[in-house]
Ligand binder design. Sequence first.
Ligand code: E4P
Length: 214
Amino acid sequence: MEFFLDTADTKEIKECWDMGVIDGVTTNPSLAAKTGRNYDETIKEIATIVDGPISAETVSLDYEGMLKEAYHFAKMHKNIVIKVPMTLTAMKVVKKLASEGIKTNVTLLFSPNQALLAAKAGATYVSPFVVRFDDISEEGMLLIEHIRQIYDNYEFKTKILVASIRNPIHVRDSALIGADVATIPYSVIKQLANHPLTDIGIEKFLKDWEKVPK
Ligand code: E4P
């Protein structure tokens, strides 16, 4: 299972990349807005830090505009993945980009049927949003299970990229279900490392070490 960092903050990205715990990065307009930086510059800098897939999101909703943005990002670096919202227009863009070997990530996905459409169009990744789905009293993780089942039934190659993750349980459950990727906020990456028994154990070992003759 791959881990992507869900951020546009290059400091966080560098820290996680240097730890060897991430394989790629996902960004979106909201994450970009938090940085207060120019989006193109941010994407280019991320590409100097991370040697793995980097999702850059388009904002045009018409075919020509979306495609223009897609080529603009794709030209920046070989690792750029074009992130498009789940619309019928975007499916046309996905098909065209796939025929040219350009990777895509279909985002804002909330149903197995949307995942089927995206896979048929040739998407490299689909991003089902777990917590935003939970927030409307649906079951985010069940959505991931359903998409996994459908893709396995028909041997679709599209990768399931679990998005809108808020806590370590989402990461564990994504792995148990067999999702291909989890895109994780920096705060949750840090939480993954924590366990109170680890802290207690370290403290005890350090205390006992003081009693060892040196
Ligand atoms: C990932 O690619 C998404 O952009 C991200 O997970 C958004 O979800 P959130 O805003 O609910 O965290």
